[in-house]
Each structure stands twice: as C-alpha cells, then as structure tokens.
Design a protein around this ligand. Structure first.
Ligand SMILES: [Zn+2]
Length: 124
C-alpha cells in the first residue's frame, strides 16, 4: 500500500546546461509540486500506514529551504533540473521519512515532471 503527502513551493532557477540562447538558460520561476510517497501496511490498531504528522517536519524543512529561493544557490542544486531536485529531496528525506518509496515533482504550468524511486541498488 502506498500513501502520499504533497507540498508546493515557488522557486527561481536557470539551467547551466541549457544551450546558448535557450530560455532555460535565463533566470525564471516555477510553481513546483512535490509528492512524497511511503510504502507499507496499515497498523492493525490505528489503520494508518504512517501518521501524516510524522512526515510533516521533514517535509516542512525541505520546503523551507526551497520555497521562494534561487535554487541554483542551494548546496547540491547548482544544476536544479527536476531530476536533480528529486534526488536532492530523496537524499534529504530518506533518513527522516520511514518507508520512503518515491519522490515525484512537477511544474504546475508545463505538464512536465520527474518520478524518482531512489538510487538503483539492483547492481549491488
Ligand atoms: Zn525552469
């Protein structure tokens, strides 16, 4: 079973890898939506997989760092693509959100997003 909690943030960025003259190379902003999913089984007593309040502090910390910020200035987000923001969020949350299964991030206006299920450990 999978549950999720969402939050949104506003952020400005540019993509250093954008080709010369491409709009992504200029500073611009997005409304981002993040969905944090947790896998598990509901507790027989409470009927809850995890109490949403238990995820709240970790998600608020992450949101507080990202919201109304210039993402390129944040350590680890010098190249703030959806892919690397997803990984940054995973690295930040996986020790604090028990059962973390997936980070999904999208930009409200573009219909584009990224879904990350953590590092690929199948090779190990
Ligand atoms: Zn952008």
């Amino acid at each position: 079973m999978r549950i999720y909690k969402e939050f949104t943030f506003e952020g400005a960025h540019f993509l250093p890898s954008a080709p010369e003259g491409h709009p992504n190379g200029r500073i611009h902003g997005h409304s981002f939506r993040v969905r944090v999913s947790v896998d598990g089984e509901p507790d027989p007593e409470t009927g809850l997989l995890v109490h949403f309040d238990d995820m709240k502090a970790a998600l608020e910390d992450a949101r507080g760092t990202l919201d109304h910020n210039f993402l390129n200035d944040i350590a680890g987000l010098e190249n703030p693509t959806l892919e690397l923001i997803s990984r940054w969020l995973w690295d930040r949350l996986h020790n604090r959100v028990q059962g973390l299964a997936e980070i999904a991030i999208s930009r409200d206006t573009c219909g584009e997003g990224c879904v990350y299920s953590g590092p690929d450990t199948s090779a190990h």
